[in-house]
Design a protein around this ligand. Structure first.
Ligand code: P6P
Length: 339
């Protein structure tokens, strides 16, 4: 295991020695890290940077686009465009995939990202983050389109997120466990601070937007009611409840403390499987959490095995401590059999 304080660059090179990363992957990950330093600066400037408030238009998600959403998106597109590692990118803030001119014919990486997750909380100084996933571009493709990004989560070669909080933390997996790095503002280096993260198998806390209770399926209503009843109910033990409303903040807390995060299907838009996006929210988080010993489910199947059919596809998300997610899955599958 690498020593606390190891720089991200050295970590990636040493991991390259121990677990041969595909050529150029370490450099591609460093591109994401470099971009996040600039985003962290813009976020940290707060309203002084003139980037609070809304752009005045909606993105393809139908959500109000914040100025910092657009700024973070521009930083990430610029970082990918002026690096010889990437063949294309897809973003929550872009309607379609973006093909990138690349002079290095051996570069094969696709970047998929949510540039600023949780941005609805940014004007109130909330914790926000960047979520990214790295895929391999299909061999025969030089100008990737939307369909080339529609790969199951099991195809990810790396995934990570940066949490812009009191400290800026980068959580990363390349399929060999999960490690977190804290940004040292003095040196600008990401330094290893949480090697080999293992999420506790049992949950002591649940995370969900309770105001949506009336819209959930009966099985989720019953499960959350059991959590609320604590030691006086079916579970026989009390559970805490936290909800930030920023997936990166909620998931990072759960990774360290144990817990379960749910954003299930709800009846507000019945034809919509969930609110969160598969390719750049659910899949990277699922890859990270499984690598940390957790579990990531739609309630009926492993998130990583969902076959994407569109770039901004959504899915139900039930992720976190292995035993708790398995408990919810069992209840969901029993309800499906009984229906
Ligand atoms: P709600 C942020 O907009 C986000 O995509 C996730 O970061 C977060 O978990 C979720 O939506 C919050 O949604 O409906 O509770 O505000």
């Amino acid at each position: 295991m690498n020593a606390i304080g190891t720089t991200l660059r050295r970590f990636l090179l040493e991991q390259h020695a121990a677990n041969p990363l595909q050529k150029g992957l370490a450099s591609a990950i460093d591109d994401m890290a470099q971009a996040s330093r600039k985003i962290a600066y813009l976020v940290n400037r707060g309203s002084l940077g003139g980037l609070h408030g809304a752009v005045g238009q909606e993105n393809i998600q139908g959500e109000e686009q914040k100025k910092l959403d657009a700024a973070a998106n521009d930083v990430l597109i610029d970082a990918a465009t002026w690096s010889d590692n990437w063949v294309g990118l897809a973003s929550e803030e872009e309607d379609h995939a973006v093909s990138i001119r690349c002079t290095d014919a051996s570069a094969r990486w696709l970047s998929v990202f949510d540039p600023l997750d949780g941005s609805s909380t940014i004007d109130a100084n909330g914790c926000v983050g960047t979520i990214f996933s790295i895929l391999r571009c299909p061999e025969s493709v030089s100008k990737p389109g939307n369909d080339d990004f529609c790969q199951s989560g099991t195809e990810q070669v790396a995934a990570g997120f940066m949490l812009y909080g009191p400290a800026t933390v980068m959580v990363l997996t390349t399929g060999h466990g999960v490690d977190a790095f804290t940004l040292d503002n003095a040196s600008g280096e990401y330094l290893l601070s949480h090697p080999d993260i293992q999420i506790p198998e049992n949950a002591s806390e649940f995370t969900i937007n309770m105001s949506n209770r009336r819209y959930w399926s009966p099985v989720i209503q019953a499960y959350i009611d059991d959590c609320m009843h604590g030691r006086d109910g079916n579970r026989g033990r009390d559970m805490g409840m936290r909800y930030v409303g920023s997936m990166v903040a909620d998931v990072y807390r759960i990774m360290l403390n144990g817990g379960i995060f749910l954003y299930p299907w709800d009846s507000r838009v019945p034809e919509r499987p969930g609110k969160l996006r598969l390719l750049y929210e659910a899949n990277p988080m699922a890859f990270i959490l499984e690598q940390a010993g957790g579990r990531a489910s739609t309630g009926n199947q492993r998130i990583l095995e969902v076959k994407p059919t569109s770039l901004h596809q959504r899915c139900p998300v039930i992720v976190g401590s292995k035993n708790e997610v398995e408990h919810v899955e069992k209840r969901c599958k029993a309800a499906a059999r009984a229906s």
